[in-house]
Design a protein around this ligand. Structure first.
Ligand code: ADE
Length: 233
């Protein structure tokens, strides 16, 4: 296995970058990739930048560089019942909440001749769930499995969060995962998405999110170390 890891922001990949053994930086399709080793597993690490287009490009670049499996990690806003700050959401599937071609008779979130949702790889998502259990053994947090909605919007409105939850049956919002999901599905690369809940996408999100940024680097490293342990054994 060569594990591709993507995070959108520097805060989300910083600790992972520092943990890579024998790091070898390269640029693939204009995107900086670092090849290295974490606890005996080859890792390709990329900071994609924020948003769906950046995530799509990073995913193509990682697959081209040889990633056999791709995990997107980082932060999300929790919009499902019982999804609290500090919990995690592991995607069963992902949808693009900002896509609207309904004038042509397709579902909200669906592009013409495309699926509405993109399923993550069940075995890889199961491994992430086991990794979460190991990484958070001493913490009072939960991992929720469910749909993640992605869009090129930071959601900071209780009303809008509720609309996305209801319209798409999503339990978390972020800005990249569905793009990686769509690209990985088309390329035949197994993928999974784990997001730590930094805020609840409501009017307090703009204060909660930067506070959580201070914690995310170590949480992302903990989950990847536990995942590497699970896939290696
Ligand atoms: N990532 C973390 N919190 C988010 C939010 N509220 N909206 C979109 N992306 C996010």
């Amino acid at each position: 296995m060569t594990l591709g890891i993507i995070g959108a922001m520097d805060e989300e990949v910083r600790a992972l970058r520092d943990a890579l053994v024998d790091p070898a930086p390269a640029v693939v399709f204009g995107s900086p990739v670092i090849r290295g080793d974490i606890d005996g597993v080859e890792v390709l690490l990329m900071r994609s930048g924020v948003g769906k287009v950046n995530a799509a490009l990073a995913t193509v670049a990682l697959a081209h560089a040889g990633a056999t499996h791709i995990v997107f990690t980082g932060m999300a806003g929790g919009i499902g019942a019982g999804v609290h700050i500090g919990d995690a959401v592991i995607a069963t599937d992902l949808v693009q909440h900002d896509v609207d071609v309904t004038a042509f008779g397709v579902q909200p979130g669906q592009l013409l001749s495309e699926s509405m949702t993109w399923q993550s790889d069940p075995p890889l998502a199961d491994q992430l769930a086991r990794a979460f259990a190991v990484a958070t053994a001493n913490m009072d947090v939960s991992a929720h499995r469910g749909r993640i909605a992605s869009g090129d919007q930071f959601i900071a409105s209780h009303t809008r969060a509720g609309e996305i939850a209801e319209q798409f049956g999503a339990i978390a919002v972020e800005m990249e995962g569905a793009a990686t999901a769509q690209v990985c599905t088309k390329l035949g690369v197994p993928f999974a998405v784990l997001r730590w809940i930094s805020d609840t996408a409501d009017d307090a999100a703009i204060e909660d999110f930067p506070l959580f940024c201070e914690r995310i680097a170590e949480l992302d490293l903990a989950i990847v170390r536990a995942l590497v342990g699970a896939v290696r054994d």
